[in-house]
Design a protein. Sequence first.
Length: 187
Amino acid sequence: MGSGSSARPSPADLAAAQDKTIPDVIGPGLRVLFCGINPGLWSGATGIHFARPGNRFWPALHRSGFTPRLLRPSEQHELLGLGLGITNVAPRTTAKADELTADELRVGGRALVERVERYQPRVLAVLGIGAYRTAFGRPRTTVGPQNERIGETAIWVLPNPSGLNAHYTLDALAAEFRILRETVGTE
């Protein structure tokens, strides 16, 4: 499977994707830098963020009004033109986020702060409350805007869009994304 491929990865492709990394979709001047926990095996195999069928990131992004249409994961680079980007707390691809160690999340949190300081998005939106709590040492964090900032960048925590997160329906997830979109505006 080549980078950016949208074909369905084979079981061998998925197995080979374990521990790979994928490039960020990032640039200066972003309105929102969305930050996943880490890439899943589908993402590692395809080189595309939130690539697994059933991941609700792309539908939530559209339903909340961040994108004018439902983008396919293979169209991830169109986000930059909308002032949006994607990165991860931990770069290592795993089958499930719970395969990451707390230390990996803390180290990833420090690297994330460096990326945010470099690119200075208006908002960093971390997609996963547990990962945020561990990476940033904030055990009582809740979904929504956070009190701390990274330089001038506001921090917002959103629910994890993985299909494994049964606590949020797609509609509830989109509603949380919409609150963020309404806060940051469209300019």
